[in-house]
Design a protein around this ligand. Structure first.
Ligand code: BES
Ligand code: MN
Ligand code: ZN
Length: 490
């Protein structure tokens, strides 16, 4: 999508203007009303449109205007308008007009301020995302027609400045959505590692460890998950050094990258198993975040580490009851090979701790139980550090990717004690998301750590948020981009 900012009122194709509660016109809506000799306000009177957020009103081929249509989009309470409400505004406009046939979408945002302009376009970009690459029979009238967004604004330079980092964040979100959407016959661990490597072109330093490297390091928890797979298990390390001092302690992000999770020998039931192509959503969030941070040249040192592996049943696969030794020397009885994410994460966390991070945060589609607890509205957060948990909560609120903290405690920790090893990888029926987090907790020591369980938010079967596509959300990229901006860049 091309994006341009202009200060001249050049209308074309499809023209969008905000209208506030009680049908209060913006400067743009007013200009359109005048140009059409009152057609716009007449259409408002003849409809139920009032300017409430999420409302839209299409006026086709209005006289007096060289445009296919005018779209009014409700912007709600003018005094309460903020970054997120402008995103929803822009996203709603794009979703309404994505298939309308027009090529250019003109936002008349005069008098709205440059932040509003930038956020509206950001929302529109998020809404424009589609994963159509494997569709060969899509009819022409079902294909998106928009190729350009033009924003009429007062201060084009300021709007461009506000938009340029958001453009990079949007690229990061798109990348994460693509990774989650790709089927596992295409995006297996080796292919994912290549896509991580391709980020070198954006200025990231990328290193990929293979099985031999990891064996030497003793990363047998991670390796045990991939024993049944035909693809090589990988660990990709993506580094961005944007702080003034390259030696300044980094923030480390860790992602679960199970490219397909069959459950292994503890095989999952068939219905819905196809969704497990998205079990690398944590790794996608980390990769997309690194893409965004490098793109906008964030002034922070951040290292992203993703464990890439496929969990398959096979003669060589790990069996229930097998005991494996993690890189930090703790032994784990694998009672259930479907609780594989935590095995991936603990070795990746161990690797991350070697960088002596000031904070370490992992992202994982870790437990079905988090969906039972929080649904698809919030990701679950677990942390050994109140300040870090608070910072994530704040970043969640300002990015719109919200999180909810759940407890940890000694009683839960006991649930994963094993008869034969230091711990087992499942904790019984109760508190499944917490015992999974408790497992990770045993590997992070005193370093401020947070675990974000995104099993309910990495994809959604349906969402009424116009910024989110039909399935993969890219959850975590906007959250972490905000987190870095708010906590690591000064
Ligand atoms: N990848 C799954 C968790 C998951 C479930 C993600 C549904 C997204 C949607 C994970 O590896 C898993 O299988 N977890 C088990 C753990 C159990 C065996 C302790 C689960 O949640 O059932
Ligand atoms: Mn599993
Ligand atoms: Zn899994």
């Amino acid at each position: 999508m091309k994006v341009e900012f202009t200060s001249t009122a050049k209308f074309a194709d499809a023209v969008v203007a905000p209208v506030f509660d009680n049908n209060r016109h913006s400067v743009g809506a007013d200009a359109l009303d005048k140009a059409t000799g009152g057609v716009i306000s007449r259409a408002q009177k003849k409809s139920r449109f009032t300017g409430k957020s999420r409302q839209t009103l299409v006026i086709n081929a209005p006289s007096g205007l060289d445009a296919q249509l005018v779209l009014l989009v409700g912007a709600g309470d003018r005094d309460a308008a903020d970054a997120l409400s402008w995103e929803v505004f822009g996203a709603g406009a794009l979703k309404t007009l994505q298939l309308c046939g027009a090529k250019t979408l003109v936002f008349d945002m005069r008098d709205m301020g440059s932040q509003a302009c930038a956020r509206a376009v950001f929302g529109a970009l998020l809404a424009a995302y589609r994963f159509d690459k494997y569709r060969t029979t899509l009819k022409d009238d079902k294909k998106p027609s928009l190729t350009k967004i033009r924003v009429i604004c007062d201060d084009t330079a300021a709007a461009k400045r506000a938009f340029s980092p958001l453009r990079e964040t949007a690229y990061g979100v798109e990348m994460a959505r693509d990774l989650v959407s790709e089927p596992a016959n295409v995006l297996h661990p080796e292919e994912f590692a290549k896509r991580a490597q391709s980020l070198e072109s954006h200025g990231l330093e990328v290193q990929v460890l293979d099985e031999k490297d990891m064996k030497k390091l003793g990363m047998n928890a991670l390796l045990s998950v991939g024993l049944g797979s035909n693809y090589g298990t990988k660990l990709a390390i993506m580094s961005w050094f944007g702080a003034e001092d390259r030696k300044e302690a980094p923030l480390v992000l860790v992602g679960k990258g199970v490219c397909f999770d069959t459950g292994g020998i503890s095989l999952k039931p068939g219905a819905g198993m196809w969704d497990m192509k998205g079990d690398m959503g944590g790794a996608a969030a980390v990769t997309g975040t690194m893409r965004a941070l490098a793109g906008r040249k964030a002034k922070a040192n951040v290292i992203g580490i993703i464990g890439l592996v496929e969990n398959m049943p096979d003669a060589a696969a790990t069996r229930p009851g097998d005991i494996v030794t993690s890189a930090d020397g703790q032994t784990i009885e694998v009672q259930n090979t479907d609780a594989e994410g935590r095995l991936v994460l603990v070795d990746a966390l161990w690797y991350g701790l070697r960088f002596k991070p000031h904070q370490i945060i992992d992202f994982a589609t870790l437990t079905g139980a988090i969906i039972i607890a929080l649904g698809h509205e919030n990701a679950g957060v677990f942390s050994n550090d109140d300040a870090l948990a608070g910072a994530l909560d704040a970043a969640g609120k300002s990015s719109g990717e919200s999180v909810w903290r759940l407890p940890l405690g000694a009683g839960y920790d006991k649930q994963i004690d094993s008869k034969y090893a230091d711990m087992k990888n499942i904790g019984g029926r109760g508190a499944g998301s917490i015992t999974a987090a408790q497992f990770l907790r045993r590997f992070v020591g005193e370093t401020p750590w947070a675990h974000v369980d995104i099993a309910g938010t990495a994809w959604k079967d349906k969402s009424d948020d116009p910024r989110e596509p039909a399935w993969a959300t890219g959850f975590g990229v906007r959250l972490m981009d905000q987190f870095v901006a708010q906590n690591c860049e000064n």
